[in-house]
Ligand binder design. Structure first.
Ligand code: ARG
Length: 331
């Protein structure tokens, strides 16, 4: 298997809910005017707490410093696993489940903090640029590692980057158990041809920027057990959308597509207090039991919390297995 270190230097930011009006202009440029904004990696996720924006340095230049914008201080690099088609595993599972044992667990073991971004197309594992030597050293047993520079991939060897770096022993990091929240909404993970973005522009603008203003004739949302969660990403020309079925109904049905099985997904939100960026092992704790049970999962980290999406028919067993896992002493 190959692991690519992609040629994007990313910033992780958050815009507070009532500060969004100050950013509509740059966000519209980043979403709809691909040729004007030279941004190649852009992701925007609305949660009840805030809007998380992950974007490359070109995109970041579009966001003016403001009291409404929080910026995580590190530069993050996206990693991406590319299977060469001859994968020996018979697993049909998709998403983070496929990389739980080969990438997520070994990085957690080495105390590397990650930030996950699953999309319709793939799963990006963001690591801090300063951790890159540890990352390469940890993952080179399992992967051929290539670094993308200006569209070209060249093999990376750990002796080039790791002068004298020693791996940790088998000592497991201290795990904090974070509370889980299971909202009732059903989600879908979709894509669309980026050339048809103009056709959904008004709906997207409505959902992203006006979803909190009551619509004429609409009843106030009665369902307190549902969570606001909407994610849009445009990465290297690919669009990915994660939304609940209520938001989905607002989009024209013929433009968005989902995987052939048309699954619906349920969410497990991880964290009671904001998780911060330094703790490691959070993604590992969740993805490990899912991988053991071969349950597909998307995983989206946001500025404050983490979110796993699992097939709706598996939600009951997932809750049980995560609770079970938490009772067992960490091994
Ligand atoms: N750093 C965590 C880990 O390595 C995941 C990200 C949690 N933080 C956040 N702001 N979502 O497992």
């Amino acid at each position: 298997m190959d692991l690519h270190i992609l040629d994007h230097r990313l910033r992780v930011t958050s815009i507070c809910k009532n500060g969004l009006v100050n950013f509509t202009h740059p966000l519209i440029k980043l979403i709809f005017l691909r040729n004007r904004a030279r941004c190649k990696f852009f992701s925007l996720t609305e949660t009840p707490e805030n809007y998380t924006v992950v974007l490359d340095e070109e995109g970041f230049k579009e966001l003016q410093p403001s009291e409404h914008l929080l910026v995580e201080s590190s530069v993050w690099l996206p990693l991406n696993v590319v299977s060469n088609g001859n994968s020996s595993s018979s697993s049909q599972a998709v998403g983070v489940t496929k990389i739980a044992k080969s990438v997520i667990a070994p990085l957690a073991q080495q105390h590397v903090s990650v930030f996950m971004l699953s999309t319709y197309q793939t799963d990006f594992i963001l690591v801090r640029e300063k951790d890159l030597a540890v990352v390469i050293n940890t993952l080179e047993e399992e992967f051929n590692i290539y670094r993308e520079v200006g569209g070209e991939y060249s093999a990376v060897l750990s002796q080039d980057v790791c002068n004298g770096f020693q791996k940790n022993g088998k000592e497991a990091p201290q795990l904090t158990v974070h509370p889980l929240l299971i909202p009732q909404n059903q989600f879908c993970v979709m894509s669309l041809d980026p050339d048809t973005l103009p056709a959904i522009a008004t709906t997207l603008i409505d959902v992203l920027f006006y979803s909190n203003s009551p619509k004429e004739g609409a009843l106030p949302s009665q369902d307190l057990d549902c969570i606001k969660f909407f994610s849009f990403s445009l990465i290297d020309g690919y669009v990915s959308l994660v939304m609940d079925t209520e938001a989905q109904r607002q989009f024209p049905a013929d433009l968005l597509f989902t995987s052939s099985s048309r699954e619906l997904w349920r969410m497990v939100r991880i964290g009671g207090h904001p998780l911060g960026f330094d703790e490691c092992g959070i993604v590992a704790q969740i993805s490990q039991p899912l991988a053991d049970n071969n349950i597909s999962a998307y995983y989206i980290s946001t500025f404050s919390f983490d979110h796993a999406l699992v097939p709706e028919e598996d939600i009951v067993s997932v809750i049980e297995m995560l609770q079970q896992h938490r009772k067992e002493p960490a091994c």
